[in-house]
Design a protein around this ligand. Structure first.
Ligand SMILES: C[S@@+](CC[C@H](N)C(=O)[O-])C[C@H]1O[C@@H](n2cnc3c(N)ncnc32)[C@H](O)[C@@H]1O
Ligand code: SF4
Ligand code: SF4
Length: 358
């Protein structure tokens, strides 16, 4: 049984971040109908789905006109939801109170670019200080009120050791300063988190641990409040679609991927994929307008992909690119910046670890 469903409420977005595949997407844009979202939730309930529904694949979920209604329907059906949002529409379109009490289990706030310079790459006509204030408003409400959301994550995207074609957070001092700024804003009145083991010293210790090897992890959590975490996320290449200029990818058929057995992506128009990196719908496995989720998951296309994957082969051309070798001027090119033996070791260990988790 799969553990994650990416339910794309819309692929429209109110930002156009340089680090995202949004600007490469050629699919038609639209909103999932409320009937379709309910149909998906009903089917998952019937299947006794124990995993999590994430309310996006591409796009900004808060743009959906029926966002709260969908969340409530899912919660009432016993289906857990995670919301990943750029929170630009808070509180103008949805109040902080409504958002934090909609029944979301984990709310991921894609803060990502924590200063004026990095905020520019979100390509939105808004002042950084207003964006920062929105974040603080959500967090201050969360620590001062009883809310339904169980976990809040503030995501910071780092490209410390990746060459993409865009630079995001490039130094540790920005990470440290941003986390401490959030911490100070939250506890400015002297109020301390109920967990005694969270304070500036433990946070700095955690940041140091991140510097000493954990920067290669896909995600690294730093707790800053009772149920509030900063998550340092390593920027990815969108299956090798976002690579440095002048590079090409040699596709590779031999490989493995855990997504075939663990996740399902449903685009706003009902078409399905296996992968949250498949921004343009290149891995078509069925359509919920004509088949049930169960039929798609046990259908011919996915079964064949799984069987081949069992033999160490990736059949879909998009997967072969994702698994391919990046080259520049005819030579292999690594997007990992440092090549010391220790860095290589960490990288390898984390690759193995992420494969095992999948
Ligand atoms: C595609 S967005 C959709 C949801 C929403 N628009 C948002 O930004 O939160 C899902 C998540 O992917 C993150 N993301 C985008 N590009 C990324 C990249 N190159 N590496 C890692 N995460 C990325 C976003 O910041 C966000 O947290
Ligand atoms: S990361 Fe989210 S907010 Fe940014 S362009 Fe992509 S979908 Fe939109
Ligand atoms: S191999 Fe295919 S399914 Fe796996 S992460 Fe890459 S694109 Fe997605």
């Amino acid at each position: 049984m799969i553990s994650t469903v990416f339910l794309e409420l819309t692929n429209y977005c109110n930002m156009n971040c340089d680090f995202c595949a949004n600007h490469m997407m050629t699919r038609e844009k639209g909103y999932m109908s409320i009937e379709c979202t309910k149909q998906v939730i009903d089917q998952l309930k019937q299947m006794k789905f124990q995993g999590t529904v994430i309310t996006s694949l591409m796009g900004e979920p808060l743009l959906h006109p029926k966002f709260v209604e969908i969340l409530k329907y899912s919660t009432n059906s016993g289906i857990k939801t995670n919301v990943i949002t750029n929170f630009l529409l808070v509180p103008e379109k949805i109040t902080v109170k409504k958002l934090l009490n909609a029944g979301i289990e984990t709310l991921c706030l894609s803060y990502q670019t924590p200063n004026e310079k990095t905020f520019k790459i979100r390509r939105v006509n808004k002042a950084f200080c207003d964006y920062e204030n929105k974040l603080m408003e959500i967090l201050i409400f969360a620590i001062n009120n009883k809310i339904k959301t169980q976990r809040i994550e503030i995501h910071l995207l780092q490209s410390l050791y990746n060459y993409l074609n865009v630079e995001i957070i490039e130094d540790y001092s920005l990470i440290e300063a941003s986390i401490l700024k959030i911490y100070d804003a939250l506890y400015s009145d002297g109020f301390m988190p109920s967990k005694k083991n969270i304070n500036k010293r433990t946070i700095l210790k955690s940041i140091n641990k991140f510097k000493r090897g954990n920067q290669y992890q896909d995600a690294y959590d730093i707790q800053i409040g009772p149920n509030i975490y900063v998550v340092l996320k390593r920027a990815n290449t969108w299956a090798n679609s976002l690579i440095p200029r002048g590079c090409q990818v040699d596709p590779e058929i031999k490989g493995n991927c855990g997504f075939f057995n663990s996740s399902l992506g449903i685009f706003w128009d009902g078409r399905c994929t296996v992968c949250c990196q498949d921004f343009d719908g290149s891995i078509f496995i069925g359509d919920i307008k004509s088949s049930s989720i169960e039929d798609i998951l046990s259908g011919k296309v996915l079964t064949e992909m799984r069987n081949m994957e069992d033999m160490g082969l990736l059949m879909n051309p998009y997967c072969q690119i994702c698994n391919g070798t990046i080259r520049r001027d005819g030579k292999n090119y690594s997007i990992i910046k440092k090549h010391g033996i220790i860095n290589k070791g960490f990288n390898l260990a984390n690759r193995v670890k992420s494969r095992l988790i999948q």
